[in-house]
Design a protein around this ligand. Structure first.
Ligand code: HEM
Length: 283
């Protein structure tokens, strides 16, 4: 669970006769479903129930899972049992256990024992996370650009941020703000080999597929397997995602609605009761 602070438009209730200010319950954040303390000013009508608009301040607990292109990113346990499908020359498919790191398949150090491996497909629909365009760019590249660590090292700022993961040289400048783990970790490792950090976190398969999107070359001493030009590359089913979407916890949404209406009901009943008893007295 993650605590999120918000400050958004709110609705407050004021009690009094005539005009007055009230402190009550408010909604804020986007979408307007977050409960917080609201401060509102309003004029009383009739029995003096005042409504006002103000600002709501508060905190909301949300699930730490994030949704990216409609897919929930969790932790590595999510896909521990899944398998990786590796297409080999021709149409034959081979299944490899998940325990092997997907990012190590298409790239091997100093020549490879996986000469027949052409391209990675996953059994989960994560292919489209690395858009076809970038996969195409990589797989059809005659020779990927080769960099030494010394050449990667100068790209170490927030505005020009490269890291190396499993021999892939990645330009993650545009990914910094989107990274669910925060931009700081990436900036800290900018210009360096971040393989250990990346693997220690236990990134999901989806995260590993994302690496392809940011690859600009390979580290000297590593080699990308040739892609099989006969296998057509599928176009991305989804458009490229611009931002992460925080998935709201449905429970807190209902709780917020309940918290909003219960006080309203109580106040309504009280003023209704007073109105009726006064009417009975007059009669
Ligand atoms: C291009 C490289 C990277 C990509 C594409 C990437 C992607 C992601 C994604 C998609 C997540 C969400 C959780 C998941 O699906 O695993 C995540 C979480 C995270 N990443 Fe990365 N990441 C990268 C590099 C790194 C590096 C180098 C570090 C640190 C050394 C790091 C640290 C973290 C942390 C701390 C989290 C949060 C984990 C949590 O919520 O428990 N990431 N990353």
């Amino acid at each position: 669970m993650v605590l999120t602070n918000f400050n958004g438009a709110g609705v407050g209730f004021g009690f009094g006769i005539g005009c007055g200010f009230g402190i009550g319950w408010g909604f804020g954040g986007t979408p307007l479903n977050v409960l917080g303390l609201g401060v509102g000013g309003g004029c009383g009508i009739g029995l003096g129930l005042g409504w006002g608009f103000g600002t709501a301040f508060g905190s909301q607990y949300r699930s730490s899972n994030v949704t990216f292109q409609g897919i929930e990113f969790g932790h590595k346990e999510h896909d521990n049992n899944s398998e990786i499908k590796v297409l080999q020359k021709g149409t034959q498919e081979a299944l490899l256990p998940r325990s092997k790191n997907v990012s190590s398949y298409p790239i091997t150090r100093g020549g490879s024992s996986l000469q027949d491996v052409d391209r990675i497909h996953t059994t989960t629909p994560f292919n489209f996370l690395a858009p076809a365009s970038s996969a195409l760019k990589l797989s059809t590249m005659a020779e990927p650009r080769v960099f030494t660590l010394a050449q990667v090292a100068p790209h170490k700022s927030k505005y020009d941020c490269w890291i190396v993961i499993n021999g892939r040289v990645l330009d993650v400048t545009k990914f910094l703000e989107e990274h669910p783990g925060g931009e700081e970790v990436l900036i800290e490792l900018a210009g360096k080999d971040a393989t250990k950090g990346f693997e220690d976190v236990g990134h999901s398969k989806a995260a590993q597929s994302l690496l392809l999107k940011y690859q600009v070359g390979v580290l000297q001493g590593y080699k990308i397997q040739d892609a099989d030009k006969d296998v057509p590359l599928k176009e991305s089913r989804n458009k490229e995602m611009k931002a992460f979407v925080i998935k709201d916890d449905p429970v807190s949404k209902y709780a917020a609605i309940l918290d909003f209406f219960v006080p309203l009901l109580v106040a309504g009943s009280y003023f209704g009761y007073r109105f009726l008893s006064r009417a009975a007295e007059v009669a």
